[in-house]
Design a protein around this ligand. Structure first.
Ligand SMILES: [Mg+2]
Length: 414
């Protein structure tokens, strides 16, 4: 077999294996001149934070919300921006590993490629860094996926919604995150959200169900009409979760997200069968194939989505379509996304008509941005950015300033 033939077969195998179903693709376009990826710049940084959120505590987390801004420049000078948003306490991806993987494995295989061939880019990245149970380093990879979508939109003058042939949608109602270590703090945390116009709340629970039920009761008492969902981030053991779910339901919780680690397959099946609360997964659903399999196994009633978790927009879009087709619940959430990642997330959720309040808590916890014009977030509503690509204009000077302030260093691959 000749080399080219071998590569074609390999590429087809990657797609056949289900990592990237072809139907995920944005439309191919031939209406503009083909360009190539000329250069990829990486800017590791930490966004300053406010308030308590368990994932951003500790020696590194307390320094801020880690992110790598990804700038992809085409050979005609057009630029696309994306962002990888690793959290060491949420996944195994860190600011350091994201930077290395982007610099040494993902960026080098993309130079010289057509930036609008996003499926092809994912196949290249699969070859550069093999999948484990599912896609390798999906949070890091999302930064590339977002930047390619931005670049594709900028090249063709189309927004994300227009690329997908959808309406812009929005504005989206935001949910306020209540993560407290003392029940005494519930009122003040909720008041802060209410002051910002939020009327819906998502609570962080586990591992102590007694505390969690008291938390849920108090939040429900203070906001009787709100949509209230509890996210355990995989923090319960199966037996505890089976006991906690009916009690949380009784306390007024509407849905339970990630009660167990995703490899607790029989535990998820038991919780879904119990039926005390709709069971959502989050951690562990990376590709549409993961979702399809978990659905077939009867593990879930829906998914809490986030493009930053699952390798970017292509994968997440397909998961939403799967949920819509199979009558599964899909909630919009995020990874405390800073501006660039948040813009992409809003574009996706807006285009696909998210109905429930979105737990996009970047605006709640982050205190700065790197945009020329900030995202419009007002009275608990997030408006969908307008314009080509992600609909934002990144301020290169702000990017450099925040990177330097964080002690980061720019890396370039060309
Ligand atoms: Mg979650």
């Amino acid at each position: 077999m000749k080399r080219r033939e071998f590569c074609r077969t390999l590429s087809a195998s990657v797609i056949t294996l289900g990592l990237l179903p072809p139907s995920l693709l944005p439309h191919e376009h031939s209406s503009y001149q083909k360009v190539k990826i000329d250069r990829i710049d990486l800017f590791p940084m930490r966004y300053p934070m406010t308030g308590y959120f368990k994932f951003f505590t500790g020696p590194h987390g307390s320094a801020g919300r880690a992110a790598v801004a990804v700038k992809i420049t085409a050979d005609d000078g057009t630029i696309g921006w994306g962002q990888s948003v690793p959290i060491a306490k949420w996944s195994y991806e860190t600011l350091e590993t994201a930077t290395v993987v982007l610099r040494e494995y993902f960026a080098p295989v993309l130079i010289g490629r057509d930036p609008t061939d996003i499926r092809g880019a994912h196949a290249e990245m699969d070859r550069a860094l093999a999948p484990g149970f599912t896609t390798g380093m999906p949070i890091s990879r999302a930064g590339i996926d977002l930047a390619l979508h931005d670049l594709t939109g900028k090249l063709s003058g189309r927004s994300l919604a227009q690329i997908w042939g959808k309406p812009k949608g929005g504005p989206l109602t935001l949910s306020w995150t209540v993560n407290v270590t003392s029940l005494d703090d519930i009122g003040s945390v909720m008041d802060e959200g209410k002051k910002r116009g939020c009327r819906h709340f998502n609570i962080k629970v586990a591992p102590d169900p007694e505390f969690d039920v008291a938390l849920a009761r108090e939040v429900r008492r203070l906001s009787p009409e709100s949509f209230l969902w509890a996210d355990a981030n995989g923090g319960y053991e199966p037996e505890t979760a089976l006991k906690a779910a009916p009690q949380l339901a009784d306390a007024g919780v509407d849905m339970l997200e990630a009660p167990l680690r995703p490899n607790r397959i029989s535990g998820y099946q038991a919780l879904k069968k119990q039926g005390a609360l709709p069971i959502l997964m989050d951690e562990g659903v990376v590709t549409p194939i993961d979702l399809e399999e978990f659905h077939k196994l009867g593990m879930l009633d829906g998914v809490a989505m986030k493009p930053s978790r699952c390798g970017g927009l292509i994968s997440n879009k397909q998961q939403i379509e799967f949920c819509q087709k199979h009558n599964l619940i899909w909630l919009g959430s995020g990874l405390t996304d800073p501006d660039i990642s948040l813009a992409a997330t809003l574009g996706l959720y807006g285009a696909f008509g998210l109905k429930k309040p979105a737990a996009l808590n970047g605006p709640q916890f982050l205190t700065t941005d790197v945009l020329k014009k900030p995202l419009r977030i007002k009275n608990g509503m997030a408006y969908i950015p307008e314009g080509p690509g992600l609909g934002i204009e990144v301020d290169g000077d702000k990017v450099i300033a925040l990177m330097k302030k964080s002690g980061g260093q720019k890396w370039s691959v060309s």
